[in-house]
Design a protein around this ligand. Structure first.
Ligand code: SF4
Length: 337
């Protein structure tokens, strides 16, 4: 008996042959793929990643520091740092620059070359004293740790703050749209709009800053809505796409949420790769704590990056264990050559 590849997966091989992004109609067919065809799709996504993604056989790793925690006035439903939620977290104002330097130096010494400064809150539309302190941290890291790529994720920006980050040599700026823009208000937050975040992405692009922008899976969205998000990210021409899987935190409205279906998560990662053949797709939150033993499968379903060393309010795996994991993934890639 001959195994037959599902027609939708066979059609999607066009991406492998041409490097052209997957068209929407085939993406919708892949989203409805039966379970027994999902690994064929994952395999295709992995091959596309090895053929078209930058530094195809290596895994892009980055680490973040929550430099300001909690007390946020926005009401993002997944977030432990929102004042609207009642999660128990450590709350502190902007860290001093020595603490940031210490953490960045530890990260860099472990071979992680991208380090992101993250702050809770809406963002910085103007050059406030706090924003100027963040610019000072960026300068300090550049001065003391040459070769480290300094990134930031500090919320919505205005014209002058985006220009300042460009002038201070930020490597990537992270701001996520989280879900399909049409569902942002219902699934994520109604104290601000997704348009403010999209406008920040456009502003960053105009200032020549590479953007890291993605979303979160498992907050009540459908597969069709995940596709909407993936195609909006293509329109925005972002450089890095972080995909998070919801970690349902006690004290948030999403506490107790069911884990998103694994086969659908694999499909989402794989379709994302096929729509973005040459981009960095990074597995962020939920990798260890939610996906557990299946994180390796997801890293072989089109992803080529990961966030290591912990998340904003939840712990991750230590960087040494992730280093060993990254080496194994790279070896697996080489063996497929
Ligand atoms: S995700 Fe950011 S903006 Fe939303 S509540 Fe959390 S810290 Fe505030």
């Amino acid at each position: 008996m001959t195994a037959v590849i599902h027609p939708a997966v066979a059609d999607a091989y066009r991406v492998f042959d041409t490097g052209e992004p997957l068209e929407r109609q085939t993406a919708s067919r892949l989203a409805a793929l039966p379970g027994d065809a999902v690994l064929d799709l994952a395999s295709l996504a992995h091959k596309v990643r090895l053929r078209y993604a930058p530094d195809a056989r290596s895994v892009h790793a980055c680490s973040i520091m929550n430099a300001k925690s909690g007390e946020c006035g926005e009401n993002c439903r997944f977030c432990a740092q929102s004042r609207h939620n009642s999660a128990t977290i450590e709350v502190y104002s902007l860290a001093d620059e020595e603490a940031v330097l210490r953490q960045a130096a530890e990260t860099f010494a472990q071979g992680i070359e991208h380090f992101g400064i993250v702050t809770s809150g809406y963002g910085y539309l103007k050059m406030t004293p706090e924003f100027l302190r963040i610019l000072g941290m960026i300068d300090l890291l550049h001065r003391e740790l040459p070769g480290l790529n300094v990134c930031a994720s500090i919320g919505v920006l205005g014209e002058e703050t985006a220009a300042a980050l460009a002038a201070h040599g930020i490597a990537h700026y992270n701001i996520n749209i989280q879900v399909a823009p049409s569902r942002y208000g219902a699934l994520i937050s109604d104290t601000h709009t997704v348009d403010e975040r999209i406008e920040t992405v456009r502003l960053l692009r105009r200032h020549g800053i590479p953007v890291c922008c993605g979303g979160i899976l498992g907050v009540g969205e459908s597969m069709a809505e995940r596709l909407e998000m993936i195609y909006v990210l293509a329109e925005l021409d972002v450089s890095v796409i972080p995909l998070n899987v919801l970690v349902p935190i006690e004290g948030t409205p999403l506490e107790g949420s069911r884990t998103a279906d694994l086969a659908d998560i694999v499909k989402t990662f794989a379709i994302c790769r096929l729509v973005h053949p040459g981009k960095i797709i990074k597995f962020a939150a939920g990798r260890e704590s939610v996906m557990k033993d299946f994180q390796g499968l997801l890293m072989l379903s089109g992803a080529n990056g990961l966030l290591t060393g912990g998340y904003l309010t939840t712990r991750g795996r230590d960087t040494a264990s992730d280093r060993a994991f990254i080496d194994q993934l790279a070896q697996f890639g080489r063996e497929l050559q």
